[in-house]
Design a protein around this ligand. Structure first.
Ligand code: FAD
Length: 303
């Protein structure tokens, strides 16, 4: 069995998440080839075949041209799986490739089990196992769900060139609106989860963040409920952070949240459930009611 892994460069930089594709292939237990569109420097630390197209002529993103190049590589490699990151690139391109190949497509895969794929459902509260029956399967993988695997070595590069016209043209990137808080630079982040209970309790969490000289973060339900603005959200659809200290208050540890904060140097989780999944990655799990523990800790720090 073989997988064609579609890695990504963005603005000339190799995305580290490209190596998660190799982590996925390793769990699936398949051979690999890779395809990327971008600059030649740096090439991924990967000793297999790399189909490489130049972004200057093929655009950094162009669904028509990139789909054609992927199909060309599919013809050469005859892979069983074509695997994308679940990024804005992957989620736009994967269905186009799947439709062209009349292949099954499974989006946001979080685990592989005996040739089947696990995906989240019911707002990621449950997992569904999916088995495909087509000859080829197109997959997108959830950010952070698979380990980074850097096999090392230098790829055997096979150049690809775009041919034919395209209905769309890549114009460029525009910086996102300036946020009221930049969590990416914070050394300490104290994040509020649904477990804090209500909007009125947010200032209590913010006070701990302030006492520790840090910033206030949040999980998605807290943002969705409009207790704090989206610029505070940590996770796959929020910011990716790597502070020295991350304090998770009333956060269960869903994969989408972990993807955004698991690289923090030291993680303290405060949760009333001793079996909450966040406990698996936390350096310290405090089993307590967050609204009792946090004010007591802040008061101690103030002394
Ligand atoms: C496509 C997609 C993208 C997503 N992107 C993100 C994202 O970027 N960021 C993100 O965070 N989520 C994201 N999610 C949502 C994610 O799947 C989870 O639903 C979310 O992270 C859960 O947030 P939570 O931990 O605050 O809430 P819950 O999962 O409800 O957990 C609350 C926790 O608080 C604990 N608790 C309750 N009361 C107390 C108390 N009094 N004291 C102490 N502990 C208490 C509970 O034991 C529980 O562990 C995304 C989901 C999808 C489908």
């Amino acid at each position: 069995m073989k997988a064609l892994l579609i890695g990504e460069y963005r603005e000339g930089k190799l995305l580290e998440s490209t190596y998660e594709l190799l982590g996925f292939a390793d769990q699936l237990g398949v051979e690999t080839a890779m395809l990327m569109v971008g600059s030649e420097a740096p090439l991924p630390a990967y000793g297999g075949t790399l189909y490489l197209a130049d972004a200057a002529t093929c655009d950094e993103y162009n669904p028509d041209l990139h789909k054609k190049m992927i199909l060309e590589a599919v013809q050469k490699e005859n892979p069983d799986y074509i695997v994308f990151l679940h990024s804005s690139y992957g989620w736009d391109l994967a269905p186009r490739v799947a439709a062209a190949l009349t292949a099954a497509q499974v989006s946001e895969v979080i685990a592989c089990v005996d040739g089947s794929f696990e995906v989240g459902c019911c707002n990621a509260k449950m997992r569904r196992t999916v088995k495909t029956s087509t000859a080829k399967t197109v997959v997108t993988i959830q950010a952070g769900a698979f380990p980074i695997l850097q096999p090392g070595g230098s790829p055997i590069v096979q150049k690809l060139a775009a041919s034919g016209g395209a209905a769309l043209e890549f114009v460029g990137y525009e910086p996102a609106e300036k946020k009221d808080v930049d969590l990416a630079k914070a050394e300490v982040i104290v994040s509020a989860g649904r477990g804090v209970g209500k909007k009125d309790n947010i200032p209590t969490i913010a006070a701990l963040a302030k006492a520790l000289g840090g910033e206030l973060g949040a999980s998605r339900p807290v943002v969705d409920a409009e207790w704090v603005s989206h610029s505070h959200q940590v996770g796959t659809t929020g910011q990716t952070v790597s502070p020295k200290l991350y304090v998770a208050c009333g956060i269960s540890g869903a994969i989408q949240h972990l993807a955004g904060m698991k690289k923090s140097d030291f993680i303290i989780a405060i949760n009333k459930d001793k079996d909450a999944p966040i406990g698996e990655i936390a350096d310290v799990l405090v089993v307590a009611d967050v609204m009792q523990f946090v004010p007591a800790l802040t008061a101690k720090l103030a002394r």
